[in-house]
Ligand binder design. Structure first.
Ligand code: MN
Length: 505
């Protein structure tokens, strides 16, 4: 996804202090704070603006900045730093009503202790070591979800932690007010793709609404010959096109149909201001093909997508695409499809009927057309490719009835053992961590969906930060997972969420 999504967004840098050491010390705090804020703002490691806010030294000022942050449309979250010491009761009124994500930057203006010159004035000004603990206490006392990042503000590793959090905050911010369109309903009788749309809107701030396929077909039929021809020219520049889809090919008219569907879908989504959508092969009235290529290309532009009516995955994928804007690697709708149970190397082949995002293609995708034995429509056009080797993850959002759960499983994507010449869909092959047997059992025990957001750009930390902002349960299956511990975690989480009711704002 394009980094334009960050252009209007900003993080506020809020520094707490007090009047105990006089105006001179406060001026120094303010100058130092501004310098840190400017450095964060200018850092190429953080893709959005970091805005310096005047230092806060009273409950009234703290309250005011939190209220302003809540109502500032472009503010995705607060980075707070206690340069000196800020008695934390001053923060209670502000923090209890803060509705934006919070990161505590536990840094210090000077990296090193000036051994020769350090005196009590220096000590009074550089109190983060204990000032940050005072602030930490009130966060713990208020049971506030927040991220704590420790280290010098010029340390690239610290900037990376802030970047991850800021990206997660953008994903979280983007979902609020987001609209998702469902063409048709769910695949009949399927459980995991169902869920409570009202709860989702309360918890995540996005709205899901259904539309008749006829509403979409109107837009598809409005696509002009010129638009279609222009779009096919773009295909020619972007993909390796199969012979039969060339202008002289026997299936050229099918390519024009696919292009018309893409134009119609984009027009529908743009007109309605949608950030994602779902389709279902059980409801395609008036469409000549199941949308394959169009869905793939819209996903690559940053639209969230879920097949078979899976609106939770569409929303999650959209958030993931915002988080990964500009990063290397891509993020796609995915499904655990079939296994390789060879004891010498067990793997999962991930794919879908058609709809895999070309942001994870390891080379120029090949545009092909093949029959599809489902949906009862004409052969759909699709892009075929492999995902590159390297680390990745699968993420799934499920509705447990009383709460949502976000599951993540880390994977190592690998090259196929051999070419797959007869497989007419894009795919990724991976080894889940800690291994296929434990990972699949853990995923099943935790109720994870077969649909996921598969990412080779995001890390566990992005999704964990996101889950904390959403106050949603987070279950990680990684190299350290054992089924024994996971079962306990699931039981304890059930109890925890039942007792606290801590799910959503
Ligand atoms: Mn599916």
């Amino acid at each position: 996804m394009n980094t334009d999504v960050f252009t209007q967004l900003e993080v506020w840098f809020v520094v707490g202090s007090q009047h105990l050491y006089g105006p001179e010390a406060l001026k120094q705090v303010s100058d130092d704070a501004r310098q840190v804020a400017v450095a964060l703002d200018e850092s190429s490691q953080i893709p959005l603006s970091v805005r310096f806010r005047p230092i806060v030294t009273t409950p009234e000022e703290i309250n005011q900045v939190c209220i302003e942050a809540n109502s500032a449309e472009n503010c995705v979250g607060l980075v707070a730093w206690m340069h000196t010491f800020s008695p934390a009761r001053m923060w209670i009124a502000g923090l209890t009503q803060l509705r934006k994500p919070l990161l505590q930057l536990h840094t210090q203006f000077n990296r090193d202790i000036p051994w020769d010159t350090i005196d009590m004035d220096y000590m009074n000004l550089h109190q983060t070591a204990h000032g940050g603990r005072e602030f930490g206490f009130i966060g713990a006392r208020l049971r506030m979800p927040r991220k704590v990042v420790v280290g010098h503000w010029q340390d690239p590793e610290v900037l990376e932690r802030i970047d991850v959090w800021a990206r997660a905050a953008c994903g979280w911010h983007d979902l609020h007010g987001a609209k998702f369109a469902r063409f048709g309903d769910n695949m009949r009788e399927v459980a995991v793709t169902e869920g409570n749309k009202v709860s989702a809107e309360v918890e995540f701030g996005f709205a899901v609404n259904g539309y008749g396929v006829g509403d979409l077909v109107e837009h598809v039929n409005a696509a002009t010959d010129k638009q279609i021809t222009n779009l096919i020219a773009e295909y020619n520049d972007t993909y390796v096109i199969a012979e039969e889809l060339s202008p002289d090919g026997v299936m050229y008219s099918s390519l024009r149909d696919a292009a018309a569907i893409e134009i119609g879908m984009r027009s529908f989504l743009t007109d309605g201001g949608f950030k994602g959508f779902t389709t279902t092969f059980e409801n395609l009235h008036g469409l000549k093909q199941l949308p394959g290529l169009p869905v793939q290309r819209l996903m690559a532009e940053g639209y969230g997508f879920g097949a078979e009516g899976d609106w939770k995955t569409a929303a999650l994928l959209r958030a993931m695409k915002v988080m990964d804007a500009g990063l290397s690697g891509g993020t796609s709708f995915m499904e655990d499809y079939t296994y390789h149970f060879d004891p010498n190397g067990m793997k999962v082949l991930g794919s879908h009927m058609l709809e895999i995002c070309p942001s994870i293609a390891n080379a120029k995708p090949s545009m092909q057309i093949h029959p599809l034995g489902i949906g009862g429509k004409a052969d759909p056009v699709r892009l075929v490719f492999d995902a590159p080797a390297g680390p990745g993850l699968n993420a799934s959002l499920i509705d447990l009835g009383d709460r949502f759960r976000l599951l993540v499983n880390t994977v190592e994507t690998v090259a196929p053992d051999a070419p797959l010449p007869r497989l007419p869909v894009a795919r990724a092959l991976w080894i889940p961590e800690p291994d296929l047997k434990v990972a699949a059992a853990a995923w099943i025990l935790a109720g994870g969906a077969h649909h996921t957001g598969f990412s080779q750009s995001l890390t566990v930390e992005h999704l964990q930060d996101f889950s904390e902002m959403a106050k949603v349960e987070f279950v990680l299956i990684d190299e350290n997972t054992t089924l024994f511990d996971l079962k306990k975690e699931l039981r304890w989480n059930d109890l925890y969420y039942h007792m606290t009711g801590l799910s959503g704002w």
